[in-house]
Design a protein around this ligand. Structure first.
Ligand code: NAD
Length: 532
């Protein structure tokens, strides 16, 4: 039997949780937000807050209640050009600094992020609707990303030695150049640091285009980094929409690569936009990840993990397990237990530590998530939980702010060809599917366009290895929810992405060029030409 966890390990596991009260977090947010209301949020180029050349701005509303939080500079090709030029100008100095020096500065950035962690978390909650119980750790994780890659900066240029009989071959790496980072709105701070930190550690300079629905924490990161000693121009932020600022970034000739996190369809557009300038691309895209629960699993732990991996972070998580595949013998009981837990989830204000599901980012997204209730019914599935009415701390149905909130949903009686089993909903919505045996579980799990993550729960060691091997996914967790370990490769197969992040091997490979130098021992023969 495979051990699925011991009490000892359970007790030792450190859980970072919100450690302040609702009103304390509100006070922190009240202190951090007025600057966004009092003046438009500007781009941050060459270390200087910079308005759009056009003077254009867009409004940013909070998903908590639809309140206008402030206006934001809306960038276009001109602003991107200024930022890309700043990044190109800063590249020579930054990339030629020693790895030790980059490490020192990036560790200072990590410390500075930690000092501002509560501010970042509170702002992120109000800007995105994500709940403080997770966001309180997200800013800390952002600092960890900086610390992790900072510590690898001194070795970034290292290559390999690959001698043959007549030559010594050795490789070395050098920073690629100015790169573009384009990020989504679901956990913006943590995700942007996951891209920006390795780029900077490798010696690249960056132009960051954050999602238009969640611009604030990106602005804070650029300011914090400058204050912590990152030279001006090394990290530049241009706000704006995907089809203007984002598109221009992917097309700019000075930008050598695009690290993109977002929808699969956007990734496809970016690849086309970047083709004329031969952009190197790294894509972390959508997912519809299966969690397979076999009858021989530790079902209590599996239940906890299934709940966590779809109903945490508002279900707005690329690695969420949005399809639960249940062996027939345990299906009914497992679904009943799931349903009872989903019923009790607390929907409410994101700064309330008791809230488990906050408002979704935008009424358009919320509308999309809600629409799957009718899609499920029309397809003949059962809406076991959710949909109608908002409970707990959520606003009254019919009020303006209610258009941001959704009750978590659980669909049963589904088949894998239904839209609820195939499409990324990106909300707190889970589809349960029964399976008879291992072969059918693998077939259902792989019968999907995505291949980001897979989770499986079993007490059988051989089965764990067989299923892990056969799942078509970039990452598989056995008897575990998604627990990130920074050195491991992160990324997806099929429509879920191109390339891997993680550790110096994967992340630096993307942000650096590799050169091989071959030096002869003067022992090899050279074919003579022109000698009769
Ligand atoms: P999105 O693709 O709509 O937008 C992401 C970013 O791309 C935004 O900054 C947007 O402005 C920009 N963009 C849009 N069109 C563009 C274009 N033509 N050129 C350049 N940039 C453009 O994604 P979203 O709705 O913000 O985020 C949700 C998606 O992100 C989901 O599909 C989710 O699975 C995915 N995601 C993936 C991962 C992962 O690691 N695989 C992590 C988080 C989120």
């Amino acid at each position: 039997m495979l051990h699925t966890g011991s009490q000892h390990l359970r007790e030792k596991r450190v859980v970072v949780a919100a450690d302040k009260t609702f009103s304390e977090y509100q006070t922190i947010a009240d202190g951090a937000l007025p600057r966004f209301r009092d003046a438009p949020l500007l781009h941050f180029i060459n270390g200087v807050p910079t308005p759009s050349a056009s003077g254009d701005t867009f409004e940013n509303h909070s998903p908590v209640d639809g309140e206008l939080l402030g206006s934001v500079a809306s960038g276009d090709a001109v602003d991107i050009d200024v930022a890309a030029t700043a990044a190109a100008d800063a590249f020579g100095d930054w990339s030629s600094r020693s790895g030790k020096e980059r490490k020192r500065i990036l560790l200072n950035v990590a410390d500075a992020i930690e000092q501002r962690a509560d501010d970042i978390a509170a702002v992120e909650c109000i800007d995105t609707g994500q709940t403080i119980r997770y966001m309180s750790a997200a800013a800390i994780r952002g600092a960890e990303n900086f610390r992790f890659f900072a510590n690898h900066a001194p070795d970034a240029n290292n290559g390999r030695s690959m001698p043959d009989e007549h030559h010594i071959n050795f490789s070395s790496r050098s920073a690629l150049g100015p790169v573009g980072v384009i990020t989504p709105w679901n956990t913006p701070f943590m995700l942007s640091t996951w891209k920006i930190a390795p780029a900077l550690a490798a010696g690249c300079t960056v132009v960051h285009k954050p999602a238009e629905w969640s611009p604030y924490s990106a602005a804070m990161l650029a300011e914090i980094a400058l204050e912590a000693g990152l030279p001006a121009g090394v990290l530049n932020t241009v706000h704006g929409f995907g089809e203007t600022a984002g598109k221009s970034l992917t097309e700019h000739h000075a930008i050598k690569a695009i690290a993109f996190v977002g929808e699969s369809a956007t990734g496809s557009m970016i690849q086309a936009q970047g083709a004329p300038t031969l952009k190197r691309v790294h894509f972390e895209l959508g997912g519809k990840n299966p969690v397979i629960v076999f009858e021989d699993a530790d079902l209590d732990r599996a239940l906890d993990a299934v709940m966590f991996m779809i109903y945490s972070l508002n279900g707005e998580r690329c690695t969420s397990s949005s399809r639960v595949l249940l062996q027939e013998s345990i299906h009914d009981e497992f679904v009943a237990k799931l349903g009872a837990r989903v019923e009790t989830l607390k929907v409410g204000h994101p700064l309330d530590p008791a809230t488990e599901i906050g408002p979704l980012i935008h009424p358009r997204h919320c509308e999309k998530v809600r629409s799957y209730e009718a899609i499920a019914r029309d397809a003949g599935a059962t809406v076991l939980v959710g949909g109608q009415g908002l409970g707990g701390g959520a606003p009254d149905e019919g009020s303006d702010s209610a258009s941001y909130y959704v009750n978590p949903m659980l669909f049963t009686g589904a088949t894998n060809d239904m839209r609820i089993a195939q499409e990324e909903i990106f909300g707190p919505v889970l589809t349960a599917l029964p399976f008879a045996d291992e072969a059918e579980a693998i077939r259902i799990a792989n019968d999907i366009e995505y291949g980001l993550a897979g989770y499986l729960w079993t007490g059988d060691t051989g089965r764990a290895h067989r299923v892990a091997r056969d799942l078509d996914a970039g990452m598989v967790w056995v008897n575990s929810q998604n627990v990130r370990h920074l050195p491991t490769p992160f990324g997806g197969t099929k429509a879920s992405g191109i390339g891997r992040d993680g550790g110096p091997e994967y992340s630096f490979e993307f942000y650096m060029e590799t050169k091989n130098i071959s030096v002869a021992y003067d022992t090899h023969s050279i074919t003579k030409l022109g000698v009769s």
